[in-house]
Design a protein around this ligand. Structure first.
Ligand code: F6P
Length: 369
């Protein structure tokens, strides 16, 4: 019988819940008599042969920890054929037959390249991905690990900011991570009761961004009822810097004859805070279920796939239901990365739908903006 060794790797920007995925994947592998190894520092460790055995004791208690116990890295060398050849050589040396890659868009692109048939030759190496990125920009998975925790962190921060903003009757522009994807800002904005969400998919240029912010502030101030504060959530993918936006908005408000608190705008850039902290209960469960689904797929002999999260009634196109879990689907990495590209260039029907929903939300929040 083939002796199988399963390696687990976390890569790219860490996301809360990665440890829960490591734990689930390791425990399932160990329970099926696989040798389980952790790869330190993502693809950097894969190229250096930096492998460490994982036992039940190593992973049992990590479910509640943020970050990743294996470490992570961004690794440009891995995107070269030579870098990947070195990684495959190290893996063959260590007897690794199966690899789980836990990460976002770039990490899954690396996973697909690592096992490209023309590079792999006759080496036995099965690979399965697990979407983990606070950006939620991985195609075909309704959610990635880390998004729920990040959203909760943003909402908590906005609630706090809203207290001081209300006390002074100020406007706050809060910038959140998400790279080129506006999902995090959009969903957190709804949950935080923001007056406006600026997200890249809306396609506004700088001037249009300034314009919609000014109109939103004027519209919110005209209303007799609270909010006494104006909260604007800006995705980092909207390229105008928060400082520039603040200056240009204040100048415009001045020019329109507003004075004092009506003009005063403050900014808060949440940055990496959004990526840290203990994973939410939901992220732990999501990570556990996706971790199981990915290893189950490998055990069944599948490769170049990803475990995806979707409601049973709306499976991703071409997906196969993961045995035993009505919300976990197995999709090919090719299909995932094709849809990811569409999400990012705006041609995915999902992006169009989000834009329509947000146009409607804006028109309800600021009817006269
Ligand atoms: O991809 C996750 C992410 O946190 C993005 O939201 C952000 O743009 C980027 O990583 C930040 O990267 P780094 O931690 O390398 O500065």
């Amino acid at each position: 019988m083939e002796r199988r060794t399963l390696a687990l790797l976390t890569s790219g920007g860490d996301a809360p819940g990665m440890n829960a995925a490591i734990r689930a994947a390791a425990l399932l592998g160990l329970s099926r008599d696989l040798e389980v190894l952790g790869v330190r520092q993502g693809y950097v460790g894969l190229m250096a042969g930096d492998f460490v055995p994982l036992t039940r004791a190593d992973v049992t208690g990590i479910v509640r920890d943020g970050g990743t116990v294996l470490g992570s890295a961004r690794c440009p060398e891995f995107h070269t054929p030579d870098g990947r050849a070195e990684a495959r050589r190290r893996m063959a040396e260590a007897g690794i037959t199966d690899l789980v890659v836990i990460g976002g868009n770039g990490s899954l692109t690396g996973a697909r390249a690592l096992t490209a048939p023309e590079e792999l030759g006759d080496q036995v190496l099965r690979i399965a991905g697990i979407p983990a990125s606070i950006d939620n920009d991985v195609g075909l998975s309704g959610l990635s690990i880390g998004v729920d925790t990040a959203m909760n962190t943003i909402v908590d921060a906005c609630d706090k900011i809203a207290d001081t903003a209300s006390a002074h009757g100020r406007t706050f522009i809060v910038e959140v991570m998400g790279r080129d994807c506006g999902y995090l800002a959009m969903s957190a904005g709804v949950a935080a009761g923001a007056d406006l969400v600026l997200f890249p998919e809306a396609g506004r240029d700088d001037e249009q961004v300034v314009e919609v912010v000014v109109k939103t502030i004027e519209s919110a101030r005209r209303r007799a009822l609270p909010p006494k504060r104006v909260l604007i959530l800006k995705a980092e993918g909207v390229r105008i810097s928060p400082e520039q936006l603040k200056t240009r908005v204040e100048d415009r408000l001045h020019a329109d004859g507003h004075r004092g608190a009506l003009v005063e705008t403050r900014i808060a850039v949440l940055g990496h805070i959004v990526r840290g902290g203990r994973p939410s209960a939901f992220d732990r469960v999501l990570a556990g279920r996706l971790g199981f689904a990915a290893v189950r797929a490998l055990l069944a002999g599948e490769t170049r796939v990803m475990a995806a999260w979707a409601h049973a009634s709306a499976p991703p196109p071409g997906a196969r239901l993961s045995e035993g879990d009505p919300h976990c689907w197995i999709v090919t990495l090719d299909a995932v990365l094709a849809e990811t590209a569409r999400l990012l260039d705006g041609t995915s029907p999902l992006v169009r739908w989000r834009n329509r929903v947000f146009a409607e939300i804006e028109s309800v929040l600021n009817p006269d903006a």
